[in-house]
Design a protein around this ligand. Structure first.
Ligand code: CA
Length: 467
């Protein structure tokens, strides 16, 4: 499998240079990745949402490509983001749990041996900024400015309160838990700063400002909204748009998504205004499925929600736009994964990846353009170590092991997107084939390297004893 991926990578690199010389696409295009947090699969206009209009985000899909079979590499925030940020399955390097907020532990986060997307792009002259949620380690060694970013404006933990009057903690070393970190002031580079508006608006304004300030050089902006992650908090301005939604949870959730959509709309308008829209690749996606029982998100027709190895856990809404290279209105149906973003931009720039730690993604450009009609990935993999849950999607078949020692289940996703009809008994040969490929992958993985949010009690006790 590894050699297949390598070969594909080389082929796609060749493909991309062909494209650049022929389509005269810009060299060193800017990269903007807009990631939402716990957004439901069907909560955007481009994925069929009817009660929350999202014209800003829909522009990306309408003017570019909509991915209908897009995955992230894990169904909760931290490991999914670690995968995106390194272009590799985070189970390969022990990042298989949501990290605790612990600025005293250098091992609670991305290992130093792994290369981040920003560390790669800075080597080919990119100016890199992250706005919003980090969640890849709160110890100074893992601060974004020590992991390749030139600018940081956001919060280091897994979520945040949205109203400025709720942010009361000036000292980012003070919180004893991830939840306590929700109350810290926002951090600009290394300093906490006072803010005066709704957090989503704050991040959107900062993103517009970042693009204006950096329009003359190649840049990478990771706009990492913590919305619509819990807690459900929205301003009257956004809530008043959804008086027609009776369920108060869904209404607040809709308002939070609408705030993000306004921000994305403004960011796209800024690119237009500056005349750099053709030179900018934008990806939009969610970091995992909606946590539908708690935030009233909608993952239908997918089964399950955040945390699950069902499709609702890690199949996400995703779109990309790059006017110089992608025709408008493409719908791309073959499986892709968030790990492809690193490989795509690195392939276009000949940006370095880690020696001996190969990327798991591929450059998507030739696939989207139709130059490569093959599959970007034979298989998409998932392991959740703590629950001993496993899944593999191999072409349209998906094998699911829902708990330790459980009988494997088999689904055919092109006919059964909701994973309702277990066809394991009818296809023993498929079960065997997929099981074998899955085992090959898991043999390359490490055990988790740190305790996670699900071990909070033990962790908080340990930290309190340290004090
Ligand atoms: Ca998340």
């Amino acid at each position: 499998m590894r050699s297949q991926i390598k070969l594909l990578h080389i082929l796609t690199l060749l493909g991309s240079s062909f494209l650049l010389s022929n389509a005269q696409a810009s060299k060193n295009p800017n990269l903007i990745v807009i990631m939402c947090d716990d957004l439901g699969y069907s909560d955007l206009g481009f994925n069929g949402c009817e009660d929350i209009p999202t014209p800003g985000i829909d522009r990306i899909a309408d003017e570019g490509v909509k991915f209908t079979n897009a995955y992230v590499s894990y169904p909760v925030c931290g490991p999914s983001r670690a995968g995106f940020m390194t272009g590799r399955y985070a189970q390969r390097f022990g990042f298989e749990r949501n990290p605790q907020y612990d600025p005293t532990d250098p091992n609670m986060g991305l290992p130093q041996e792994e290369m981040t997307l920003a560390e790669s792009l800075e080597q080919v002259g990119y100016h890199c900024g992250i706005i919003g949620k980090w969640h890849l380690g709160s110890h100074p060694v893992n601060h974004p400015l020590n992991r390749g970013f030139n600018e940081f404006y956001g919060h280091l933990g897994g979520g945040h309160r949205y109203f400025p009057e709720l942010l009361t903690d000036r000292d980012i070393f003070e919180p004893m838990s991830d939840y306590e970190s929700y109350f810290t002031y926002i951090v600009r580079d290394h300093q906490t700063v006072e803010t005066d508006q709704y957090l989503t608006d704050e991040f959107s304004d900062e993103a517009v400002d970042f693009v204006k300030r950096n329009q003359d050089k190649p840049f990478f902006l990771f706009l990492s909204y913590n919305a619509p992650h819990l807690p459900l908090e929205a301003t009257e301005e956004y809530l008043s748009r959804f008086n027609h939604i009776e369920d108060p949870k869904r209404r607040t959730y809709a308002a939070m998504v609408s705030a993000v959509d306004d921000g994305v709309g403004e960011l796209l308008a800024t690119l237009d205004e500056l005349g750099i829209e053709d030179d900018t690749i934008i990806f939009f996606l969610s970091d995992n499925g909606g946590v539908s029982k708690k935030n009233a998100s909608n993952n239908k027709p997918l089964r399950g929600q955040k945390g699950d190895i069902w499709e609702g856990g890690f199949r996400v809404p995703m779109a990309a736009r790059w006017p110089s290279a992608f025709k408008a209105g493409i719908v791309y149906d073959l499986p892709v994964i968030s790990l492809d973003i690193f490989a795509t931009i690195a392939g276009l720039n000949n940006a370095p990846a880690n020696q001996g730690r190969p990327l798991d993604g591929v450059n998507l450009v030739p696939f989207v353009n139709g130059e490569n009609t093959g599959v970007p990935h034979e298989a998409i993999y998932l392991r959740k170590y703590d629950q001993q849950r496993y899944a593999i999607r191999y072409h349209d078949y998906k094998l699911v092991i829902h708990k330790a020692n459980a009988k494997p289940q088999l689904y055919e996703l092109s006919e059964d997107i909701g994973e309702t009809n277990n066809i394991a008994n009818a296809h023993p040969e498929k079960l065997e084939q997929l099981g074998k490929i899955l085992n090959e992958w898991t043999s390359e993985l490490q055990d988790p390297a740190f305790l996670g949010l699900t071990h909070s009690d033990a962790w908080i006790k340990k930290r309190k004893n340290q004090k």
